[in-house]
Structures are given as C-alpha cells and as structure tokens.
Design a protein around this ligand. Structure first.
Ligand code: GLU
Length: 304
C-alpha cells in the first residue's frame, strides 16, 4: 500500500560529522574533509556535527583540540555545541562492549605486539590487510574460565578482540553491504581486517567501536570521510549489525593532495592551517582552492 504523500514519514534530515583526532594541527586535507561534511549537510538543509576523537591519551593533546576549534572557526564553519569529546563517553563504549560480550563474539587477547610478530614469523606467512598483518588467532581458543582465570597471564592486561567468524555467522549475508553515495550498494568484506581489537588494553575501547557508537548516538545519517578510511567501513558495518545500530549512508571523498600528488600529513607543518594563516592566506583562498580542485564542489555548485 502506498501512503498518501501527506501521511508518508518525512525523510530524516541529513546529519554529517567531521571527526578529527587531536594529534596535531589540522592541515589542508582536514579543511577539505570538514568543508565537504559541512556543505554536504548545509546544502541539504541538514546539520553538521564536530566530534573530537580523543580516546588515545598518549597521542591526543588539549592544545590540538583548541587548535581544531580555532582553525574551523577561521574557515567559517559553525557546529552544534556541546562538542562530543570521546574521552568523556567511555560509559557508552563500555555498554556497547557489554552487548558484544553478551552476543559471545569477543575474546580476551593477552598477546603483546612482539608476541604477535613472533607468532607470524614462526608461521612464515600472515595475510595482510589495510591495518597490517592479520592477527594469527593465538588467544582465540582461550575460552571462558580459561581465558579469565586459568591463563598463566591472568593478571596481565588484555585486549578484547572480535571473533570475526563467529560474528559473521550471526549476521545474514544479505545485510553485509553499505550504501555509498553516487555508487549504490557496496558489498562489505570484513575478513580483510580479521579479528580486530574492539577494546584496547590501555584504553578499553577502539576507533572502530567508538565511531559506530557515536555515529548512532549522534544520529549521523551520512558518514562523509576520506577514501583512506573506506577500508574501515566493512568492519564497522559488522559492529553496527551486532549492536543493532542504525546504518548511515557513506560518502568516501577523494583525498586532497599536494602538487606532487602526495597526501597532506600532520607531520608536514608547512601545510597546517595555522601556518597558512600566518603566511597571510585568507579562509576564502582556502575555500576557493578546495572548491576549484574538486569536482564535488563544482558538480554541486556549492558556494561560500
Ligand atoms: N578520527 C578519525 C581520523 O581523524 C576519523 C574517523 C572517521 O571519520 O571515521 O582519521
């Protein structure tokens, strides 16, 4: 039955986010990503969210958070407040972890990096994925009581890993895809990452877990981010399925590169927005540089 248009539910307003990690000053590539998310939402009458992904205290600094606010305001962006700082929401990640535990798809992993490396060297071969060598599964068979109390390393800190095979057995294969903007349904191949760490030993969560929890809690409808993170979407789809979270659409945009075709990096100070500002560049120079270089802005006729 088709509902008369007056009774049909209104389409959800578009919500996008820019989610930098405060591990350095923002550079031109970030400016592109932030402007992309901002205009994608505003052009559709939607909302733009800024989220600070600061779960790793060893790499994130408060001064870089201030830098993010300063640089984005200078670029002319505004966003909803209060800004969500991931470091203040560990309870949400713990609740999601508990749900995964209850599904029986997590296992404790006591391995150090070196032990994983040694195990891979002994095996002589390890499949590699976008995050490096896949975990060889050493701790996968330590189960239940054994993992918690009878392991010789029982007092050692441990990470929680996803038993991917078990997880995939719980998800209908027909659910394993995502909608990529202007591309349509893309099949997700999560086995490329293997048994990922869902909760790190040191921080009790991980990028993949925090990002899917936050995108859902913040009502993000379109995850716009660089194509360098497209590799993460299949495993994030798996987590969304296990946690019963709503599924956003994805818009993986091209990466801005310099004149030699190299990606901008935080370590290259010359292209930070702070340095460019000091050198006299104006925000409109950056906005027009980005708009002129990328077809998304031209095709969508997005103006300042
Ligand atoms: N925090 C991530 C980064 O700075 C981005 C996460 C995402 O967009 O999914 O690379």
């Amino acid at each position: 039955m088709t509902l008369p248009s007056s009774l049909a539910p209104a389409p959800a307003p578009v919500v996008t986010r820019f989610a930098p990690s405060p591990t350095g000053r923002l550079h031109l590539g970030h400016a592109y990503s932030a402007l992309f998310a901002y205009h994608f939402a505003k052009d559709r009458g939607g909302r733009f969210i800024l989220r600070i992904e600061d779960i790793d205290p060893s790499r994130c600094k408060a001064e870089y958070i201030d830098g993010i606010y300063e640089d984005l305001s200078w670029l002319g962006l505004d966003w909803d407040t209060p800004v969500r700082l991931q470091s203040q929401h560990h309870a949400d990640y713990r609740a999601a972890l508990q749900k995964l535990q209850d599904c029986g798809v997590l296992y404790s992993c006591f391995c150090t990096r070196k032990e994983i490396q040694d195990e891979i060297s002994r095996a002589g071969y390890a499949p590699h994925g976008p995050e490096g060598a896949l975990y060889p599964g050493t701790c996968r068979s330590l189960r239940g009581r054994e993992a918690q109390t009878e392991s010789p390393e029982q007092t050692a800190p441990f990470a929680l890993r996803l038993d991917l095979a078990k997880a995939l057995a719980m998800i209908p294969a027909s659910h394993l895809f995502w909608q990529e903007w202007e591309e349509g349904a893309v099949p997700a191949q999560p086995d490329l990452l293997g048994d990922i760490v869902v909760a790190r030993k040191d921080i009790g969560t991980s990028y993949h877990l925090s990002v899917v929890v936050d995108d859902a809690l913040q009502g993000v409808t379109h995850v716009t981010r660089g194509v360098d993170l497209r590799y993460a979407t299949p495993i994030q789809r798996v987590l969304q399925e296990l946690l019963g979270l709503p599924v956003p659409q994805y818009v993986h945009h091209p990466l801005l590169t310099d004149e030699r075709g190299q990606r901008f990096a935080k370590r290259d100070r010359s292209v930070t927005l702070q340095e460019l500002r000091k050198s006299g560049l104006r925000p409109e120079d950056i906005r027009s540089k980005i708009r002129n270089e990328y077809s998304f802005f031209r095709q969508n006729n997005i103006q300042d």
